[in-house]
Ligand binder design. Sequence first.
Ligand code: PLP
Length: 233
Amino acid sequence: MSDIAHHLQQVQAQIATAAGKAGRAPDEIQLLAVSKTKPLSAIQEAYAAGQRRFGESYAQEAVLKVQAAQAAGLEIEWHFIGPLQSNKTRPVAAHFDWVDSVDRLKIAERLNEQRPDSLPPLNVCIQVNISGESQKSGTTDAAVFDLARAISALPRLRLRGLMAIAENTDDEGAIQRSFSQLHDLFVHLHESFPSMDTLSMGMTQDLEIAVASGSTQVRIGTAIFGAREYRQE
Ligand SMILES: *Cc1c(COP(=O)(O)O)cnc(C)c1O
């Protein structure tokens, strides 16, 4: 078995354990494999081990990989999870199945306009800044309802949920509180927007807390593919 296949099994086991502790079924939590900065060969290894959902963060790199994976015959559900600038929306609208990191209306409107007619509507999650760190992407709790209403009126988008990145801290209590708050917000929004079925929270460092707090999608890079070299697009 390859290292990546082995790591995938470990992460699946970690999700199952965390779900069991929280009284949840493991299949309530989807695993998004975050392959940013990693080569196509790593994606192929994970794919061969059965992984079908992948996340990428850097638009230029991501589009090349999506195209290469398609050429290699891989049938992947691609999620764009990084900060998205308005001049990069077009290739993302054309090559991804999901954008999990929509944080303002302008980006949603461009994705809606640029989504090719030949493809089904683009699934989107609203990224919420739960960390309170001003340099982090994401809309505020106060603005999320209006953004959800605006997105659900756009015909080429399908509002699917919320996404957040926890504060970078060792304080597990603080992470747990911010994840629980996001879960409450998700449950509340779901009453008005029933198409929302995805609560994307949890990364390598905080997977267990996220599953305990109601996450339906964890986004895992390091634990599957190993450490990344630092980079910025
Ligand atoms: C890189 C990234 C991840 C994966 O992080 P790991 O700590 O490597 O698991 C998850 N979500 C987002 C938005 C990311 O940019």
